[in-house]
Design a protein around this ligand. Sequence first.
Ligand code: PGA
Length: 246
Amino acid sequence: MTNKYIYFIANWKMFGGLKTLNSLNKVISFSKNYGKYKFKIIYCPPTTLIHNLSQKFKQSSIEVGAQNCNENLEYTSLTGQINSKMLRDVGAKYIILGHSENRLNGESNKLINKKIKSSLKSGLRVIVCIGETLSEKRKNKTKRVLSNQIKSCLKGIKNLSNIVIAYEPVWAIGTGLIPKMDNLTKNIFFIKNSIKNKSTKVLYGGSVNIKNIKDLKKIKIIDGFLIGGESRNSKKFIDIIKKTFN
Ligand code: PGA
């Protein structure tokens, strides 16, 4: 895993406030002092912190992303909604779309496809989450689900250069469980083969921690990690990055 840039994306979900931000000084100095490792750190905080974080990371290589958006690009009367243009305006360079926590709240592949298209138009790079549920896995439907999510979410998008895929089995998120290494390797291969652009990055997400990173890093075709719980503690997040390279 040392010849390419490895992505470490922190998904803070609905956690964090202004008081949390000082702890990120550690990550900033780590990113400056460990130039020998090839990594890309992207923080996706709640929307309320995007501007603060983008200011904070200005003098570093760390970038900021959002966690979701409304699909409309026009300014319009939609109380409580935020579009990708507004997120770009306050400093987001990336956006996570299709996260299973939002799919479980009713987001369809069709809606995710609209969000991806509008986010690309706004100049954001999109991290598209895909993954099977436990019942789909048990019924041996994983490949069918992944293939359908890829096809539908990326429908009509010709230029995939600003798309990153995050494979996140739903049953692995926040549970402490991760896939068996051979299954994970097969699924990542399957995803890479299903995408026309051969240089598209494919990340893994779901319960990544300081212990299992030792195994996960052995899967050389994984281009990085989307990290939830363990990314909210700067020390743990840094340790995961260090372990990936040592
Ligand atoms: P987790 O979350 O690392 O806490 O499992 C990952 C995610 O939901 O992106």
